[in-house]
Ligand binder design. Structure first.
Ligand code: AMP
Length: 205
């Protein structure tokens, strides 16, 4: 079997800014950002896979674990084949996966988790406003409806938060997600830069 991909996980409730931080990190040489939400949204809208995704996401629910991990695994292979992601020199920044304990188990041999960044924000009103703004900007129907957003949060607390218990607490870093993207990024970089150096010490020499 191929070596597991060395990864950092960007973790947190819907609306907390995982995508923003992931994309910012992905602009830095030596990092590759992958958002599973984006992976799903970029599927051919006519495909059965896209229809399955829309079925669940429109209700604010998670797409089934097997389906998600299988799609993710194939997507990773494709990224490597086309040279877009280079596991030997890039740290994978995973945003939105694993999102359940079953996904953690299914991905145990596929990723080597070097750190988990838990973005935390408790101001629900601010998160709600952020999500409704991005719904218009990014044409995301799942963020336009307050009821769907509330379901997404419930799903997060019930199915995703337990993921934290599946990793060694030494790997978990809690980060305050409030503030400008730049301010939050500086906090994230304090954690991620040493992880990156540790992974690619030889490549950086
Ligand atoms: P996101 O863009 O990360 O907010 O994800 C949007 C939607 O995609 C979620 O509400 C889920 O329906 C689906 N999704 C994204 N990642 C996963 C995952 N790892 N497992 C199951 N469903 C996912």
């Amino acid at each position: 079997m191929a070596d597991p991909y060395r990864s950092v996980l960007i973790f947190g409730a819907p609306g907390v800014g995982k995508g923003t931080q992931g994309s910012l990190l992905g602009c830095i040489p030596g990092f590759h950002h992958l958002s599973t939400g984006e992976m799903f949204r970029n599927l051919d809208p006519e495909s059965e896979q896209s229809k399955t995704f829309l079925d669940y996401s429109a209700r604010g629910e998670l797409v089934p674990d097997d389906f998600t991990v299988e799609l993710w695994r194939d997507y990773m292979k494709q990224l490597i084949k086309t040279g877009k992601y280079r596991p030997d020199v890039e740290l994978l920044v995973l945003d939105g996966i694993p999102r359940s304990v079953a996904q953690v188990e299914a991905m145990r041999d596929l990723i080597d988790v070097m750190g988990l960044i838990h973005l935390k924000a408790t101001d629900e009103g601010e998160l709600l406003a952020r999500m409704q703004r991005r719904a218009t900007r990014e044409n995301r129907f799942d963020d336009a409806d307050e009821n769907v957003i509330r379901t997404r949060w419930e799903v997060y607390y019930e199915q995703t938060l337990p993921v934290l218990g599946a990793y060694d607490s030494k790997l978990i870093w809690e980060i305050d997600a409030l503030g400008s993207p730049c301010r939050v990024l500086s906090r994230v970089l304090n954690i991620v830069a040493p992880v990156h150096e540790q992974c690619f010490a030889n490549a950086l020499e």
